[in-house]
Structure formats: C-alpha cells, structure tokens
Design a protein around this ligand. Structure first.
Ligand code: AP5
Ligand code: MG
Length: 191
C-alpha cells in the first residue's frame, strides 16, 4: 500500500502528474475537484452546494469534503494505494485524512509539493479555460483560487513538513521533466 498526497497551487499539474502516476504505480486517483464536478453533473445535494463555491474559487466546507472522501476510499478495498489530489486543502482536512487512513491501517507515505511560478499558473489555467468548460478557469476566479490557496492551503505544507513527508518538486519545465523529479522522490522514499 503506497499513498501519495499530490499537492500544489491551482494549475501546478496535480491532475496531469496523477495520470502518469496511475499508469506507472497502478494506484487509484482521487481528485476531490473531479468528484465534486461529478456531483454537480449529477445535480446531487452536494453538487448544488459545490457549484457556486467552485465558480467563485472558494472551498466546499471541510465536513462535506471529508465525508465525500471517506465514502470514496471505501469503494476501493483492494487498491494498491491512493493518490489524493486536491485533498487535503486545509489543515483540518489534513488531520482528518490521517485519522481516516489510520482507522483503515494506512498512512500517507509521501507528499509531493509541486511548485510553479504564479505567472505560469495563470497562463496554464487561462489556456486550459479555452476548452475545459470549467466554471473556474477565468481570470477573476483564477485570482481568487490562488488567494484561497495561499491563505488556507499553504499551511498544510507545514503539517507534512513536521511529519518529514514534504517533498518539494520543481514544477516548471515539461510534464515529463516534472514526472522524472516525482519518480526520483518516490524511489528515494521507497528505497
Ligand atoms: P480542483 O479541481 O482540485 O482544482 P485546482 O486545485 O484549482 O487545480 P486544477 O485542477 O485546476 O490544476 P491541477 O494542479 O490539477 O493542474 P492540471 O494538471 O490540470 O478543485 C476545484 C475546486 O473544487 C476548488 O477551487 C474548490 O472550490 C473545490 N475543492 C476541490 N477540492 C476541495 C477540498 N479538498 N476542499 C474544499 N474544496 C475543494 O494542469 C493545469 C493545466 O496546465 C492543464 O491544461 C495542463 O495540461 C497544463 N500543464 C500541466 N503540467 C504542465 C507543464 N509541465 N507544462 C505546461 N503545461 C502544463
Ligand atoms: Mg486538477
């Protein structure tokens, strides 16, 4: 069992790198953003709450996200491990993830903290916005997402730092270059 937290600002490449990781390590990719967009598409109660918050670049309340994630983990009893993408996004969520995993005899094995310059983040997200159809890929919401990230999510780095699990990954350069750096960090932890 190998569990990864893939961490970074909006547009840092969490989803992109998760796709590569799934192929190489045969893990289950759990993106809370993707799960919420599925809830919106299904017009569920949670989807109705999430829709407006996501479009504004604000967070869905911790308790709702924690329940969503715990319910999803339990759908994969024979997984080799999970990639948590976009979760935890607050210190409260980070504590809840530790608890959720230890109750299931698991833990976070590594946190991959992908760093990308702000100008590049904005450029990537605006570019994706031309075709993504995502309600949050517009300049105003992107700026709010970056602000929310700095205020609420950056403190999570310290949480994993204290556990010795924070692995900074240089996220500039090609997707393949970034993936090479990620694999090196994983191999080091596994060695
Ligand atoms: P979420 O869907 O998680 O969005 P995000 O964190 O803002 O990140 P993105 O998915 O936009 O970016 P990414 O890092 O995955 O990058 P990607 O690989 O796509 O969350 C959306 C919203 O849901 C939140 O704002 C919040 O409202 C809510 N939410 C979700 N989780 C929550 C939680 N835990 N608690 C509360 N609320 C929650 O790459 C971006 C683009 O760049 C792509 O076009 C890609 O092709 C390109 N790209 C990637 N790598 C490179 C590279 N190396 N060079 C050039 N281009 C690249
Ligand atoms: Mg993503």
């Amino acid at each position: 069992m190998f569990n990864i937290v893939i961490f970074g600002a909006p547009g840092s490449g969490k989803g992109t790198q998760s796709d590569f990781l799934v192929k190489k390590y045969n893990l289950v990719h759990l993106s809370t953003g993707d799960l919420l967009r599925a809830e919106i598409a299904a017009k569920s109660e949670l989807g109705k709450i999430a829709e407006g918050l996501i479009a504004k670049g604000e967070f869905v309340p911790d308790n709702l996200i924690i329940d969503l994630l715990a319910g999803t983990i339990d759908k994969y009893p024979s997984a080799n491990g999970f990639i948590f993408d976009g979760f935890p996004r607050t210190v409260v969520q980070a504590g809840a993830l530790d608890k959720m995993l230890s109750e299931r005899s698991m833990q976070v094995n590594i946190m991959l903290n992908i760093a990308v310059d702000n100008d590049e983040l904005v450029a990537r997200l605006l570019n994706r916005g031309k075709t993504s159809g995502r309600s949050d890929d517009n300049l105003e919401t992107i700026q709010q997402r970056l602000k929310t990230y700095e205020e609420k999510t950056m403190p999570v780095i310290d949480f994993y730092d204290k556990q010795g699990k924070n692995n900074p990954i240089a996220g500039m350069g090609t997707m393949e270059d970034v993936f090479d750096r990620i694999c090196q960090a994983i191999d080091k932890v596994n060695a």
